[in-house]
Ligand binder design. Structure first.
Ligand SMILES: [Ca+2]
Ligand SMILES: [Ca+2]
Ligand SMILES: [Ca+2]
Length: 157
């Protein structure tokens, strides 16, 4: 009788320990969409410059720090497959001044605040026109804002 009781208690403790471990391993709420998936240290200074957010392999956002000051200045938004919008801070003043909108992986429109007063003063509805302007005014942003394939999985830095 005593032996059975000990076995029952042992099994009971084992059972509850497993349930407790199970609960502590799986979070109560689902993982947030903006969870960090991976990051890159492009200039190898020990600080990350490209951070991918999302869930699992599903990338929802990519933040890039082009001037390595620790603050992101180009942000890519994705529907999981294609980049849908890009926001860039071209003069590193902490305020976005270029917004590019894409649809199904194709350029749709872009707007820019060229005098950095916080108001949009230039709009583009044509990819060629936008890329020409980019090439003339902000050539270093060309590789970030002008791509032929806008699949988020193909973004490389
Ligand atoms: Ca770095
Ligand atoms: Ca920066
Ligand atoms: Ca700016």
């Amino acid at each position: 009788m005593r032996k059975i009781n000990i076995t029952v208690i042992f099994l009971g403790v084992f059972f509850w320990a497993n349930i407790y471990a199970g609960y502590s391993q799986s979070p109560v709420a689902p993982a947030p969409v903006k969870q960090e998936i991976k990051n890159l240290d492009v200039n190898k200074d020990g600080k990350r410059d490209v951070v991918y957010y999302g869930e699992g392999k599903n990338i929802s956002q990519v933040k890039v720090d082009r001037n390595y000051d620790g603050k992101p200045d180009v942000v890519y938004y994705s529907d999981g497959k294609y980049v849908t919008q890009i926001k860039a801070d071209s003069n590193y003043d902490g305020r976005g001044d270029i917004v590019v909108t894409l649809k199904n992986g194709k350029f749709e429109s872009a707007q820019a605040d060229t005098d950095y007063d916080g108001k949009t003063d230039k709009k583009f509805n044509d990819a060629k026109e936008f890329n020409k302007w980019l090439n003339e005014k902000l050539p270093d942003l060309q590789s970030y804002l002008n791509k032929t394939d806008w699949r988020v999985s193909l973004l490389n830095f």
